[in-house]
Each structure stands twice: as structure tokens, then as C-alpha cells.
Write a protein that binds this ligand. Structure first.
Ligand code: CMC
Length: 470
């Protein structure tokens, strides 16, 4: 399990004070007469007291100045666990992949601002950056692209699976099942796998997920599969598999390819979100990479996470269909007795505009203006956005549009059906999931993730035979 990966992202804590003798240099030879190196700073401590017993907890500082309190010894020393049901105050791991500054709306992937990556890189480069830890050279990018091409086909027996899903099967259901099925067709990464084997498995997954996604769409509309082709770049290949048919002359436009590249980059990683945590959780048990990614796909599907992009469009469609006034939509979103929430708004981390939403909004407005396709859904979306941003309820709670508020509108304009939106999110998030899986695997401090609970159920009670139960 603990085999270093190519990502090379794990290391000693950025903020943990070095262990060992504080007065290093005390025995330096007198002849050297050099000033003793400064003593390492004393670790910053937080103090906890329970029933007269005191515990010092080390405060760790990350490379961006963010601090966490290491409570790892809480249970051992004081016999209690921390209670944090939605993990809102809990850092579950040390990571060197992605940094999110929720207060200032900043997102860095391996230190690079999302704005720069979206403006200049391709999705394949960002995938390489996340998985390998640095942007590729020309040669590295070529080799990576060659591997992506080489491994894009699906085993013939896997193709047959698609025929057995019922009409109307959600592509996320198909995707999760197909991804885990890959483990029966292709070798898994083992403890003694070579770097070459790891690279091939990772690339195989990145490439085949795209093929599975396109095939699941073709199956859902009853059209024959279009095979991947070495002639195309990653995104071009996907658009071609999605939209070409034996009787159409489809060729992806450069603009559509560029937009898809940007959207996949926006989704490429977002630190410890629910799906990435699912990948890490399953990975911590030693399960294979395919099983972990399938768990990530399932976690992403929910409407509070990646499924929000489909939910936003369904909400807008309903508003338009039933002619619901925007004021009424907001009234319901604010009503605590109503389960309705404004989809595409709010975020656990961001207390300001999601930087990904800013970029997606720009793509959306440019595309709509250029193609003159705003339509009723786009109009309602803009009206809702303006009304919510001006509403004290949303302002007081720092609720801004998130990335999913705009991406569905863009995907729709590119011709994707709404059931495919979350699949597109999964395609974009895949390199992030893989990077986190690799990082977790290389982290020597990683143990099986096994949270505690705060039990409030019945105390012990005697078993009641069925004849005596009331
Ligand atoms: N509409 C109305 N009220 C909201 C919304 C919303 N979309 N989001 C949060 N609130 C309220 C919430 O009711 C609470 O109010 P109060 O303080 O009065 O109890 C307050 O804002 C804080 O919200 P929370 O539920 O504690 O926030 P959370 O961090 O647990 O949930 C969220 C985050 C994204 C699940 C939530 O904002 C939400 O359900 N949004 C809609 C779904 C959505 O768009 N999801 C996509 C997230 S971005 C893509 C991704 O990375 O997954």
C-alpha cells in the first residue's frame, strides 16, 4: 500500500516543527567559530483541558499560512473523539495538490492559478500536471497523448455490457458500473507495480472513461458507437465520439474544443470535496484504483455536489415551464420549512465568488452573445443570479453562484443532453481523483480511514422474542 508514486507530493508536514534536539550546533568544534544555526522555532501549541487533564496539541501551518490543530492523539490521551458531523472543521489529510482560499476566491492547482491554466493550458496538460506533479515538457506531453490514444479502446466484451442497460438508464449509473468493471478486464496497480505499469493504468483510466462516457450517450439514444481515433486531440476525440454518426458529417469546431478544454480544466481538482474524499476513503482500505474512482463517480452524482449542474437546468426548465416568478423562487429558497434550495448557489468553502464560476460565467455570456442563443433558460438564469446576489438572505450567508450554475447552460449550448452534464464533471475531475489516490498511497502516515461516532441510540436491552413484540 505504501509505495511512492510518481506524483512525489507527500513529505513531512510543511508546518510541523522539526523533531530532535532544539540546540543543534551546541557541540560545534570551537575551531569553526561559526555562529550556531538558529534553533528551530518552538512548535505552536493549542491547549485542551478536560476534567483536569491537560493536552498540548501541535498547530501546523501550511505553505499558504493556513493552520490546523493536530488532534490525532486526542482519543489516546483524553479518551474522547472530536465531533464534527459534516467534517466542516476537519482536515482529513495533508495534501500538496490543490489550494482553495475560500475567503478570497482563489484556486491553485499545484500552485498554478486556475485562471492561468484555463487561459493557456489544455486539459491533457492539466491532467498531466495533477497526476505527475509538474507541467509536461513537449516530449512528456507527446508521450502522454500517445498513451491516451493507445488505451482509448474498450475491450469488446465491455462494449457488449452497454446493450444490457435498460432504456433511460442514467449515464452516471452506467459510468460507475463500467469503471469498476475495468478492474476485471485490465490489470490493477499492485505494490510491486513498476512506474511504467502505474503510468499505463492511470492513462488507461483517463482515456477509457472518455470512451465509456461517449458510448453510454450513444447507447441512450440508440445510435451505434463511434470509436476513438488517433487523429484527434483528447477533447476533439470526445466530441467526435459523442456527436458523429455514420450519416452525419460532424466535425468539432475549434471553439467547441476550446470551451470543452476549459470546462474540464475548471473541474480538474478541488481538494477534499465529497467525491475526492470518497476516493480516499475507499482507497484507504487498499481497494484497487478502479473501485476507488467508481466510488468517486457515485459520490459526485448527488445534486448537492456534481449533480448540481443537471439540477440547475431542471430547476430553470421548471421555472420557465410553470412560469414561476423569480421572486417566488427566492422566497421558497429562503423558507426553512421548504426543502427547496437554489441550485447552483452556495459552497462549503467559498465565502465569495467561486473563481471557477467567474470563468464559466464569462464563457457562457460570450457563447450566448456570439451564437445569439440565450433563450428563456439563459434569461431566467441571469434574472435569478441578479436577484439572489441583491438579496440580503444570500448576501448575509455569503451565497454566490457556484461553477454548476453556469456549466449546464454551456454544455446545453454545445449540444449535450442534461443527463450527460455530471458525466462531463466526472471526466474533468478524474485526474484530480487519481492524483489524490496516488498521494494517499504514497503517504506513509496514511491508515485506514475509520471515523468515530457520537452514539445516541438505546442503551443495552434484552432480546424480545417475536411472539412477545408489540
Ligand atoms: N439555497 C438557499 N439557501 C442556501 C443554499 C442554497 N443553494 N445554500 C446554502 N444555503 C443556506 C443554508 O440553508 C444555511 O442557512 P442557515 O444558516 O439559515 O441555516 C446557510 O446557507 C449555510 O448553508 P449550509 O447548508 O450550512 O452550507 P453547506 O456548506 O453545508 O452546503 C452546499 C454547501 C453547496 C451543499 C449548499 O450551498 C447547497 O445545497 N447548494 C445547492 C447545491 C449546489 O449548487 N451544489 C454545487 C456545489 S459546487 C460544485 C461542487 O464542487 O460540488
Amino acid at each position: 500500500m505504501k509505495k511512492p508514486s510518481s506524483a512525489g507530493t507527500s513529505g513531512p508536514s510543511a508546518g510541523r516543527a522539526p523533531k530532535g534536539k532544539a540546540a543543534a550546533g551546541a557541540k560545534a568544534p570551537a575551531a569553526a567559530k561559526k555562529a550556531a544555526p538558529p534553533a528551530p522555532p518552538a512548535p505552536q501549541l493549542a491547549h485542551l483541558e478536560l476534567e483536569g487533564r491537560k493536552l498540548d496539541l501541535e498547530v501546523l501551518t501550511g505553505t499558504q499560512g493556513e493552520r490546523v490543530v493536530d488532534i490525532g492523539k486526542l482519543r489516546k490521551e483524553l479518551g474522547v473523539a472530536a465531533f464534527d458531523p459534516a467534517l466542516a472543521s476537519t482536515a482529513v489529510c495533508q495534501s500538496a495538490i490543490t489550494y482553495v482560499d475560500g475567503a478570497r476566491g482563489r484556486l491553485l492547482l499545484r500552485g498554478y492559478p486556475i485562471e492561468e491554466l484555463a487561459a493557456h493550458a489544455t486539459f491533457v496538460e492539466v491532467a498531466y500536471l495533477l497526476v505527475h506533479g509538474s507541467l509536461p515538457t513537449l516530449e512528456q506531453r507527446q508521450r502522454f497523448s500517445d498513451l491516451l490514444n493507445l488505451h482509448s479502446m474498450l475491450h469488446e466484451n465491455m462494449r457488449n455490457f452497454f446493450g444490457n442497460y435498460p432504456e433511460g438508464a442514467h449515464p452516471m449509473a452506467v459510468l460507475s458500473a463500467m469503471v469498476v468493471s475495468l478492474s476485471s478486464f485490465y490489470p490493477e496497480i499492485k505494490l510491486d507495480s513498476t512506474q511504467e505499469e502505474i503510468d499505463i493504468t492511470v492513462t488507461r483510466l483517463l482515456s477509457k472513461l472518455r470512451t465509456i462516457a461517449a458510448f453510454s450517450y450513444k447507447k441512450s439514444i440508440g445510435e451505434p458507437f463511434i470509436d476513438p481515433s488517433h487523429k484527434y486531440t483528447y477533447c476533439e476525440n470526445f466530441l467526435n465520439m459523442m456527436f458523429r454518426s455514420p450519416v452525419s458529417k460532424y466535425a468539432a469546431s475549434a471553439e467547441d474544443v476550446a470551451i470543452l478544454n476549459k470546462l474540464l480544466i475548471l473541474h480538474a481538482d478541488h481538494e477534499q470535496n465529497a467525491s475526492t474524499t470518497a476516493v480516499r476513503m475507499v482507497g484507504s482500505t487498499g481497494a484497487n484504483l478502479y473501485a476507488c474512482i467508481s466510488a468517486g463517480v457515485c459520490a459526485l452524482w448527488g445534486p448537492l455536489h456534481g449533480g448540481a449542474n443537471q439540477a440547475v437546468i431542471e430547476m430553470l426548465e421548471r421555472i420557465v415551464r410553470e412560469k414561476i416568478p423569480v421572486a417566488e423562487v427566492l422566497r421558497r429558497a429562503k423558507d426553512k420549512t421548504d426543502g427547496f434550495r437554489l441550485m447552483g448557489f452556495g459552497h462549503r468553502i467559498y465565502r465569495t465568488y467561486d473563481p471557477r464560476a467567474r470563468i464559466a460565467r464569462e464563457i457562457c455570456t460570450k457563447l450566448f452573445r456570439k451564437r445569439r442563443i440565450t433563450g428563456p433558460l439563459g434569461e431566467v438564469a441571469m434574472e435569478l443570479e441578479a436577484a439572489a446576489l441583491a438579496d440580503p438572505y444570500f448576501q448575509e450567508r455569503h451565497l454566490y453562484p457556484n461553477v454548476d450554475f453556469y456549466t449546464g447552460l454551456i454544455y446545453r449550448a454545445l449540444g449535450f443532453p442534461k443527463e450527460m452534464f455530471t458525466v462531463l464533471f466526472a471526466l474533468g475531475r478524474l485526474p484530480g481523483w487519481i492524483a489524490h489516490w496516488q498521494e494517499m498511497r504514497a503517504d506513509a502516515s496514511q491508515r485506514i480511514m475509520r471515523p468515530r461516532q457520537h452514539y445516541v441510540g438505546p442503551a443495552q436491552q434484552p432480546y424480545v422474542p417475536i411472539s412477545k413484540r408489540r
